[in-house]
Every structure is written in structure tokens, then in C-alpha cells.
Design a protein around this ligand. Structure first.
Ligand code: PEP
Length: 252
């Protein structure tokens, strides 16, 4: 694998400044895991405090607005994230797609806004349980990729894809390694169709109930370049166990 495994924590709407202690501990662990790239996407209020508290890990947003500025009460632009110390943002998380009605077109516009502001992007895709049961998982995910991924010269190097089956997020249920491999191979083929040979270098993360117990197996699946981690990223102990599984040496 050309890139280091990429392990990203998505703190969702969790954390006040009290959680910065965990971030510092994660940062110390990441410093001992030079073979792994570690990042945290905290709530907006913690982007700047976290960016100032850490040295090894990168900090990102969980979402951004499509516009750079304007009358959008309550929203945050990519430029604001960058100004606060973020180097990337997640877009298209299934919770945004489901709870905020974000379509592929909106996700694409957000990804483009993030790139325009100088951020890298993690674009999330994933099927629902009903779609998987109907045998539509790969079709749905490939359509999301086609509709959500920004294109253009030199764009692929700034894009990461996170495959997160909706039914695996926060449920403790995970796909089989064979299913993860099959989906990640399909995603790779679509990335090459979209970006040409640059698509071979785009990292594809698996996300959905990754924890210390299943990380080694999930990360061993074909074309898995890392993990997007929700619940297990909230403590240094559980998150660093995943970093170790990804090939680092973060343990004391
Ligand atoms: C997520 O929401 O991105 C996620 C992967 O959550 P969890 O690890 O808690 O399933």
C-alpha cells in the first residue's frame, strides 16, 4: 500500500473541552505509531482547541456548507474550518444524508467547497440494510460515488472515500470480510473509472462499528486503506487499539 493506513475518529455531536485530554492521549499514541496516519473530526466547537492541543494528528470537520460565507444561520463554511485549524472535512456522512436530506448533488457541492477552501475531503458512501437485502448494495454505492465525488485535475490526491454501510453504523453489526472486500474492490474499480490511474491511489476507509476486537480482520479486507471510527474514537484506549491494529505501535 502506497499510503499509510489512515485511521479517522468521527466524534459526531460528542465532546466538550473536557474531552481534549483524550485527544492529547491519542496524539501521544499517534506519535509512537509513525506507520499510521491518525485524525480526529470533532464537533465544530472543538476544531480549534483540538488543533492547538495536538501535534501529530490532523483535525477535520464533520461537514461544511456549500457556500464560503453568507446568510446561513448556524452553518459553518469550509474556509472557517480551515481558519480554525482543520486540514480536511468529512462530507456526505449517512447521518447528514438521512437527517438533513443531503443528496449526492449537495454532497458534491460541499466536497467542492472544501477543496476550494484548501481542505482535503473524506466522502462517505454506504447502502441501507434494505438496499443490501435487495441485492442493490454495489449499485447504490457506485451511484453515490458517481454523484458525490469531485472531479478535475489533481483532485484524486485530495479525496478519501469512506465506505460505511448504514446498517453497521453504531449498531455493533459488521459485514463479513468477504463482503467488505467485494465492496471495496467495486469502489476501487469505480474510482479508476472516474479518476483514471489516479483512482488507484485514493484511500478507501471502512466505517461502521469498528472496534479493537474486529479492527485487524476488517483492515485486512481487500482495498481497505484504513477506518472511519465513531463510538470507539471517543477514548484514547479504544481508539489507539485500532491504531495499533492498523499497523502502528501506539501501545506503551
Ligand atoms: C460513523 O458514524 O462514521 C461510524 C463509523 O460510527 P461507529 O463506529 O460508531 O459505527
Amino acid at each position: 500500500m502506497a499510503n499509510r493506513p489512515y485511521i479517522v475518529g468521527n466524534w459526531k455531536m460528542n465532546g466538550t473541552r473536557a474531552l481534549l485530554a483524550e485527544a492529547r492521549a491519542i496524539d501521544r499514541g499517534a506519535a509512537r505509531a509513525s506507520g499510521v496516519q491518525v485524525a480526529i473530526a470533532p464537533p465544530f466547537t472543538l476544531v480549534n482547541p483540538l488543533a492547538e492541543a495536538v501535534q501529530e494528528i490532523t483535525v477535520g470537520g464533520q461537514d461544511c456548507h456549500v457556500q464560503a460565507a453568507g446568510a446561513y444561520t448556524g452553518d459553518i463554511s469550509a474556509a472557517m474550518l480551515k481558519d480554525a485549524g482543520a486540514t480536511f472535512t468529512i462530507v456526505g456522512h449517512s447521518e447528514r444524508r438521512a437527517m438533513h436530506g443531503e443528496t449526492d448533488a449537495v454532497v458534491l457541492a460541499k466536497a467542492q467547497a472544501a477543496l476550494d477552501a484548501g481542505l482535503e475531503v473524506i466522502v462517505c458512501v454506504g447502502e441501507t440494510e434494505a438496499e443490501r437485502d435487495a441485492g442493490q448494495a454495489e449499485t447504490v454505492v457506485c451511484a453515490q460515488l458517481q454523484g458525490s465525488l469531485p472531479t478535475g485535475a489533481d483532485i484524486a490526491a485530495k479525496v478519501t472515500v469512506a465506505y460505511e454501510p448504514v446498517w453497521a453504523i453504531g449498531t455493533g453489526r459488521v459485514p463479513s470480510v468477504d463482503d467488505v472486500s467485494a465492496m471495496h474492490r467495486a469502489i476501487r474499480a469505480r474510482l479508476i473509472a472516474i479518476y483514471g490511474e489516479d483512482g488507484a491511489g485514493v484511500q478507501i476507509l471502512y466505517g461502521g462499528s469498528v472496534n479493537a476486537g474486529n479492527a485487524v480482520e476488517l483492515l485486512s479486507a481487500d482495498e481497505v486503506g484504513g477506518a472511519l471510527v465513531g463510538g470507539a474514537s471517543l477514548t484514547a484506549e479504544s481508539f489507539l487499539a485500532i491504531v495499533v491494529a492498523a499497523g502502528g505501535s501506539a501501545s506503551e
